[in-house]
Ligand binder design. Structure first.
Ligand code: ZN
Length: 424
């Protein structure tokens, strides 16, 4: 039985961290947390008491293949960024570009301890195959715009082909946003989601202009729109951004099947605003964390994202108690995984998937770190550079700078060539 030996274990259901061994069963699930150096079996990783083990980080909103578009459009507001730069570049993307961008993203995510992500894009068979090959876990959807029939069919075929594969892939439906999908199409998608028991991933009120459209043109409140289209009845609903969801209406989306995905750095960089995370947390809404795509962040680094989330609300509201390190780590692990529909992912607990980030806490920035203050050390002084190993379903994907399932040099070289193809 594989064992992760002598690590300082913390997840969002624990107050203090606990020093121990993590035993992993043949099925890739945690079979027990035992006293340090007591578990018998093959030592997969020896933490020597100077490594933290936290649940693998979960990036709950991204577009992985956009790593190929990194840097092509900087310092523009969302609609101009999309319409003048991103949409035209996306027209040139072919399936092999999507694959290559996805692989590039997976290198970055895996090396930073990210084990799971929610992705919306197109040519998603490529992303699904890259995910399976990399060993990561993901909830995938085909972005649907316009009347959507062809794209919706592609999304449904993706679900048939890859849904549930290896227990690591979930397929969701991906209506892009209220400004790209007509209301009747959205209602149709919500109906299919319910009928086929699929989750839905949707961009929601990222900019103030969208809220104004609801007020001035649709003449309906955003929450009513979600209710009337049936979106709130989807088995799982990820609402990415929710920057401008009216604070007084947050109670109406506070349902167990609904997750608001906070993307602080993309929102800051595109000048979209501050999501009402203080109010979301006060209501105990399930808030997850995502990076968005690399064309608007520009990192797929959940450590960076946690730090931004934990700092920005404190500053904005002048209240240092907001978005605590512990709440932020929960957003970056359990909240994302459960929001996507992965039921036993995001805690270090018997029966749960052995998805882990193993973090070196022996360095200078961790002097003083102990079982009581580990979450604060990780969020405020930690970084993705401290990740020593990344494990999914008990399988080591990355260790001490080396990728065990992917050829980083080859992927990077290939991506460099593909980048030239799409920008020439
Ligand atoms: Zn997005």
């Amino acid at each position: 039985m594989p064992v992760i030996r002598d690590v300082l274990i913390w997840d969002s259901k624990r107050e203090d961290a606990e020093r121990g061994d993590i035993a992993i069963g043949e099925d890739g699930r945690i079979s027990g947390v035992l006293p340090p150096k007591s578990a018998k079996g093959d030592v997969l990783f020896d933490g020597r008491g100077e490594t933290a083990a936290i649940p693998g980080l979960v990036n709950a909103h991204t577009h992985v293949s956009m790593t190929l578009l990194r840097g092509i459009a900087e310092e523009l507001p969302l609609m101009e960024w999309l319409q003048t730069k991103i949409f035209p570049a996306e027209e040139r993307l072919l399936p092999h570009h999507i694959r290559s961008g996805a692989e590039l993203a997976m290198l970055e995510m895996i090396s930073g301890g990210t084990t799971c992500f929610a992705d919306m894009y197109y040519f998603m068979r490529e992303v699904a195959q890259a995910t399976l090959a990399s060993g990561m876990r993901a909830a995938l959807c085909r972005g649907i715009t316009g009347d959507g029939t062809r794209k919706l069919n592609e999304n449904l075929s993706l679900a048939e082909e890859f849904g549930g594969r290896d227990g690591r892939i979930l397929v969701q439906l991906g209506p892009h946003a209220p400004y790209t999908v007509p209301r009747d199409t959205l209602a149709r998608i919500a109906g299919i989601a319910k009928e086929k028991n699929l989750g839905v991933h949707f961009h929601w009120l990222e900019t103030e202009g969208e809220l104004e459209t609801f007020r001035n043109e649709y003449k309906i409140s955003p929450s009513e729109y979600l209710e009337q289209t049936g979106m709130l009845d989807a088995p799982k609903l990820l609402l990415a951004h929710s920057v401008w969801h009216p604070v007084e209406e947050l109670g109406r989306v506070n349902r167990p099947n609904v997750t608001l995905v906070h993307n602080p750095k993309s929102n800051l960089k595109l000048g979209s605003g501050y999501a009402p995370v203080r109010e979301m947390l006060k209501l105990a809404v399930n808030v997850a964390l995502g990076t968005d795509g690399a064309a608007s962040n520009n990192r797929l680094d959940m450590w960076d994202e946690m730090r931004a989330a934990a700092l920005m609300h404190k500053g904005y509201h002048r209240d240092p108690t907001l978005a605590s390190a512990r709440e932020t780590l929960r957003m970056a692990t359990l909240a994302g995984a459960s929001g996507m529909g992965f039921d036993s992912v995001g805690l270090i607990k018997e029966g749960w998937s052995a998805d882990l980030a193993l973090v070196d806490i022996s360095g200078p920035r961790y002097v003083g770190c102990d079982a009581q203050n580990l979450p604060e050390f990780l969020v405020y002084s930690g970084s993705s550079r401290d990740v020593r190993a990344t494990v999914v379903d008990g399988k080591v994907l990355y260790r001490d700078g080396r990728f065990l399932t992917m050829d980083a040099e080859e992927i990077t070289a290939r991506a460099r060539g593909h980048r030239q193809e799409i920008t020439k």
